[in-house]
Design a protein around this ligand. Structure first.
Ligand code: IMP
Length: 368
């Protein structure tokens, strides 16, 4: 088919979080009465926050701290299978302080935890399937024949549902769901190129901003009649609470956070002090630093050229505080949005939210 010559006639417009705004709605509850919880595969998350499976974000300590606050930690895969299993076991052994009603508990009363795996790393997936509550495929672009085949194998061998991703388009979601089977998919994770440490789009020109990706997934699942069955996770580029609110308003049920959790005391990265300020190291899983630790060769394409292409960078993020403090801030701010738009629950956000695009921002005039 001849399509050359008309590709720019009707290009799709993509939006960054900063271009969006929510219109106020009719509020009936005070922020204290608003509910940020969401149920996901039998787990009751008190906050819809999942930590990214990255080696500067989620190891056992952060997963425990986040689990105690009602979110889900996903341990990374930039390590041996034994090390990943040890992380999961450490989370399961952690004590839940008496009287903690927010903790994310599995059916045995232990802290729930997820783990990242490559769809091609069957040994890791099988070893972790018994140890964790949920497996997440952790690849930059899931819409790939080999990765879909590998995931099918994992599902067959473990007999468990799996979170697939990342995906960026409606076609990718429809195709992947049909191939793997709706009954085998715990969630679809959307977004490509939007991560704060990500240079995939600069290098390759390819991406799917999470605003666009989430909406694409919603359209795909609607078409498949699965909107209420398969939740959407927004992943990459979420910096402010408003970005969480936009993601949930566009159709996501949960958000995955890298940068925001790398800023916590419990994240594995080292702390450095510069000019009296404390920072934590944070790098992409496709960065030279992550590869130095252990080759995550299959997360990003190799193309057999011998030299790996950098798709992530290293940065230092300000140390913000403990996980409980960061979760408290993010969830309080999310409740403010929910109050303003008149949503009583996360689920209700996508039904009541009215999203508009800002054409100009108002300048703040004055001094502080
Ligand atoms: P952040 O919350 O904006 O920092 O984005 C975190 C997300 O970026 C992760 O959950 C991954 O989906 C993605 N990611 C992690 N490492 C890399 C990388 O090296 N390049 C591109 N994307 C990455």
């Amino acid at each position: 088919m001849e399509i050359i010559g008309h590709r720019l006639d009707t290009p799709q417009r993509l939006y960054a979080f900063g271009e969006l705004m929510l219109l106020p709605g009719y509020a009936t509850l005070s922020p204290r009465e608003i509910d940020t919880s969401i149920s996901f595969e039998g787990l009751n998350l008190k906050v819809p926050f999942i930590s990214a499976p990255m080696d500067t974000v989620t190891e056992a300590d952060l997963a425990i701290a986040l689990g105690l606050e009602g979110g889900l930690g996903v341990v990374h895969r930039n390590c041996s299978v034994d090390e990943a299993v040890a992380m999961a076991e450490k989370v399961k052994k952690a004590q839940i302080p008496e009287g903690n009603a927010t903790a994310l508990k599995d059916k045995n009363g232990h802290i729930a935890v997820g783990a990242g795996t490559s769809p091609l790393d069957i040994d890791r997936a099988v070893a972790l399937a018994e140890k964790v509550d949920l497996l997440f495929t952790d690849v930059a672009s899931f819409h790939n024949a080999k990765l879909i085949e590998g995931t099918k194998k994992i599902v067959k061998m473990t007999g468990k549902k799996i979170v697939i991703g990342n995906l960026g388009t409606k076609e990718g979601v429809i195709h992947s769901v049909k191939e793997i089977g709706k009954e085998n998919i715990a969630a679809v994770k959307m977004g490509m190129g939007g991560g704060s440490i990500c240079i995939t789009t600069d290098v390759s020109g390819v991406g799917s901003p999470v605003t666009f990706g989430v909406e694409q997934a919603a359209l795909a699942l609607k078409e498949l009649g699965l909107l209420d069955e398969i939740p959407i996770i927004a992943d990459g580029g979420i910096r402010y609470s408003r970005d969480i609110a936009f993601s949930l308003s566009l159709g996501a049920s949960m958000v995955m956070l890298g940068n925001l959790f790398a800023r916590c005391e419990e994240s594995p990265g080292e702390t450095i002090t510069k000019d009296g300020n404390r920072y934590k190291v944070y790098w992409g899983m496709g960065s030279a630093e992550a590869r130095k630790k252990r080759l995550v060769a299959d997360r990003y394409q190799d193309f057999g050229r011998g030299k790996q292409v950098d798709e992530g960078i290293k940065m230092h993020v300000p140390l913000e505080g403990r996980v409980d403090e960061v979760v408290e801030r993010l969830s309080s701010e999310l409740k403010v949005t929910m109050g303003y738009i008149g949503a009583r629950s996360v689920k209700e956000m996508k039904n009541v939210a009215r999203i508009v695009v800002k054409t100009a921002t108002q300048e703040k005039v004055g001094i502080q």
